[in-house]
Ligand binder design. Sequence first.
Ligand SMILES: C[S@@+](CC[C@H](N)C(=O)[O-])C[C@H]1O[C@@H](n2cnc3c(N)ncnc32)[C@H](O)[C@@H]1O
Length: 250
Amino acid sequence: MVRKMKFISDQAGIMNRYLREQEHWDAHLNNTMAFILGSFRDREIRNLAILGSGWLLDLPLKELSKKFKKILLVDVYHPPQIIKKAEKYPNVILHETDLSGGGIQFCWDLRKAKEEHLENYVLDEFSPKIPDMPVKPDAFISLNLLSQLDSLLVEFLERKKVRVTDTEIRRFRAKIQQFHLDWITSKPGCLVTDVTELANGPGNKSEERPLIVVDFPGSRRSEEWTWDFDLAGTYHHDRETRMKVAAMEW
Ligand SMILES: C[S@@+](CC[C@H](N)C(=O)[O-])C[C@H]1O[C@@H](n2cnc3c(N)ncnc32)[C@H](O)[C@@H]1O
């Protein structure tokens, strides 16, 4: 299901884009790692969960593994290279789960829903649940994950031509994002996420697309920067794409 819904190919796409854009991504990756290393000062935290760990491009794993008792890396899928890398750290635990709170199974079950759902707001029936974890975390890091939680599911529904309305999709996005923020703010934590996509074309045409549709929590520390996401013009054909990124700790 996860493979057919393109979660694994999308994750491979992140690595491929990183290899193409490495020099442009470095500032964003370094900003993320520096923000994380500045977090959780003067806080009693033993077990830390990293949500959306992926390829660990933006995670200072070595430093964190020395600072905390257990590090839980959570993603829908851990690539074999990451499983191997994690073996070097006895206090790093890998866990695969759906961090949208069950949206993957929910959307998969909808894939054949076409005309028969025209009368219902079927997406409104989704009710996210906090996923089980093998270790109880004392703190969370949400690592460039938030905007992906809803967008990969909505793209799947669009590919499958599931008949849902724009209003439902807006509510579905907001529900998933709000669920994530409510969950991770129940403990100390930090969030790094892209918030706006900026696409620039040759004719000086520039477009902004908001990626986050809910309000951020109050924070004790925050930063913002721009991520040169795709300057090769492959994400949007012949256009440069940048992301506005926000980082915060509460
Ligand atoms: C943009 S990447 C974050 C960057 C990542 N830290 C890295 O270095 O590769 C988003 C990650 O979130 C994961 N992800 C997306 N949707 C997810 C979901 N519903 N449940 C769990 N993980 C998810 C993807 O597999 C991917 O690894």
